[in-house]
Design a binder for this molecule. Sequence first.
Ligand SMILES: [Zn+2]
Length: 300
Amino acid sequence: MLKIAFHPCYEHPLKKGHRFPMEKYDLLPKQLLHEGTCTVDNFFEPKIVAETDVLRVHTEEYFFNLRALNLPKSEVRAIGFPLSETLVNRELIITQGSIDACKYAITNGIAMNIAGGTHHAFSNRGEAFCLLNDQAVAAAYLLHHKLAKKILIVDLDVHQGNGTAEIFKHNSKVFTFSMHGEKNYPFRKEISDLDIALPNGTDDQSYLSVLKRTLPKLFKQEQPDFVFYLSGVDILVSDKLGKLSCSLAGCMERDRYVLEFFYANSIPVMCSMGGGYSPDIKTIIEAHANTFRIANNLID
Ligand SMILES: [Zn+2]
């Protein structure tokens, strides 16, 4: 069964109208339940992540200041959220959700987090709505507990996984692959193990042909035994921030290809959602729901 880490928003940390579409985290599980893709049994509620697990990836100074809501103003500005206990707690739960989802992925083939993909969080600072790097924390957890020997991170959010690249730049056990918009945030990019920068306006055909050329090669070359997939839907032509021209069908084909590829090769995949900023929330939900529909079909 597809297990999905879910984090109820008892209290919205952001006011309505904030440019970050927080409501998708409520609407997406509702949609999946409503259409029958999922039942309540698919979802699980993680607890708060242990300090030791976070500190394999983030510096003590950053983490303790974040938890104490005591970050310098400039760092809070770079994060883009007003810091609050609710927001930080939510992030601690999401991060544990990705760790738990890894264990489900090892058993079931694929598992997901209905949030996460906070790839702009660096070891010592947050940035662009990202406080803690959930997949990086989970990757370090797997290595520490010898649940994986070689990890591949497939980051297909339209923005470069700069935080993830920085965190693992000296770690040969984690291969970071980011395919992103060349002329998009972050404008000063980090160096991943493999970066593919796509020009503005890249359409389905070019996008998918690059991906389908690259993934089998990477798989052969790196021989990962665990994969993280960051399935941001900000590659859509409708996205306010994306600058690429992929369709909903193209985005779905991307997810199908990635998930099927690793599933067919018996490599567990933990998938976090990442970004999506289409003006119509329905488009965002539809694109993210596709990722869950595909995963659910595969492992059912
Ligand atoms: Zn993004």
